[in-house]
Design a protein around this ligand. Structure first.
Ligand code: FEC
Length: 324
């Protein structure tokens, strides 16, 4: 993994440092979520690169947050991941690293987290996007925000972690759950749908590796879990409301076809493209996909998300150690 160091002026980085403060930091860079209803407009405007959503789009998003209880657990779960990784690194590397989070679309922003770390004396940052498959839309945007902030902190080395779905611990997390459902997966009327967030097709046509990484990830997890090719399908979820072509097939359409035309009664859904319970899981899977399947007489089982599971924490620790 390449590292990027700004060496123009190595003296300004340690202004507020204390002698014993860790010099290395791990920055977990997550999507972010509105903390309360009043934050939704600003958050949505940030996602839309500064363009306010129409009233209809805003109302639709506000409705979706309301459906899952008002807010998403993403912020709390990311904080749990920070605590879990900090504890693991303290145990294995006693005090060498400090772990912090920064968000892409809401405060504390990635750039603000970088500023704080550098002010606290950090001179090396390991940036991990909280999305395991690499895309210019996800991981690269996180790294861009971190590197932009580092322009004013010369002398700080940045280690960008770009793709980490193939980590053995993360793979095991997903495969173990599928293996535990062998009684179900072995039945002819069950199908596993492995999914990730869709992206606009124009990104894939322009050479973004995301599609290939998601397909590779899904096939590798299925193989590790001992599934035959006819026991699972790959589909896409949560396409944005932008009116252009997104990667398909959509997982709701896929589930509908399986139940209506292929004799499937039970669907097992695993959202490999995410790592925490968030809006796209609690609403798109637990409410929308489930509703669609049950309306057709089928049953949905959803694999649990990694959240702050010890295997997820071990995967993050692996990435830091490998980047050393
Ligand atoms: O739990 C929460 O409150 C936040 C949930 C959330 C996650 C998430 C992850 C991904 N997104 C990805 C791509 C896009 C593209 C657009 C887009 C739009 C939205 C909107 C909301 C939203 N996303 Fe998201 N995404 C989450 C939430 N996303 C809300 C705005 C309403 C809508 O369009 O549905 C389109 C805008 C654009 O062109 O930029 C593209 C991808 C991921 C998975 C990787 C990751 O987690 O970073 C890819 C969580």
């Amino acid at each position: 993994m390449t590292s990027e160091t700004n060496t123009d002026n190595a003296t300004s980085a340690t202004s507020a440092s204390s002698a014993n403060a860790p010099k290395k930091a791990v920055l977990l860079m997550a999507y972010g979520t509105p903390y309360k209803t009043e934050d939704i407009m600003e958050y949505y405007t940030n996602i839309r690169h500064g363009h306010k959503p129409s009233e209809a789009l805003y109302n639709d998003l506000a409705r979706r947050y309301k459906e899952i209880g008002g807010t998403s657990p993403l912020a709390k779960l990311t904080a749990d991941q920070v605590s879990g990784l900090q504890a693991a690194l303290d145990r294995d590397y006693s005090g060498e690293y400090v772990v912090r989070t920064g968000f892409k679309y809401i405060a504390p922003f990635i750039g603000e987290a970088v500023d704080e770390l550098v002010d606290a004396g950090v001179n090396e940052i390991y940036g991990i996007p909280m999305a395991p498959q690499y895309s210019v839309y996800t991981a690269e945007k996180d790294h861009e925000q971190a590197l932009k902030a580092l322009e004013k902190h010369p002398g700080v080395t940045y280690h960008p972690i770009r793709s980490w779905w193939a980590d053995k611990n993360l793979m095991k997390f997903w495969a173990d759950q599928i293996v535990a459902m062998k009684d179900l997966t072995d039945r002819d009327d069950t199908k596993v749908i492995l999914s990730a967030h869709s992206l606009p097709m124009r990104a894939i046509k322009a050479g973004d590796p995301y599609y290939d990484e998601v397909v590779g990830n899904s096939k590798a997890v299925a193989k590790l879990a001992g599934l035959r090719d006819d026991q699972f399908v790959i589909a896409w979820q949560s396409a944005g409301r932008t009116g252009e072509e997104w990667i398909g097939p959509d997982f709701k359409e896929t589930a509908k076809d399986l139940i209506q035309n292929q004799g499937i009664k039970t669907i097992i859904s695993g959202s490999l493209g995410f790592i925490v319970d968030n809006l796209e899981i609690l609403d798109d899977v637990d409410i929308e996909l489930k509703g669609e399947i049950e309306a057709l007489g089928g049953t949905l089982h959803r694999l649990r998300m990694p959240n702050a599971d010890p295997l997820l924490i071990a995967a993050l620790e692996d990435k830091v150690v490998e980047a050393e």
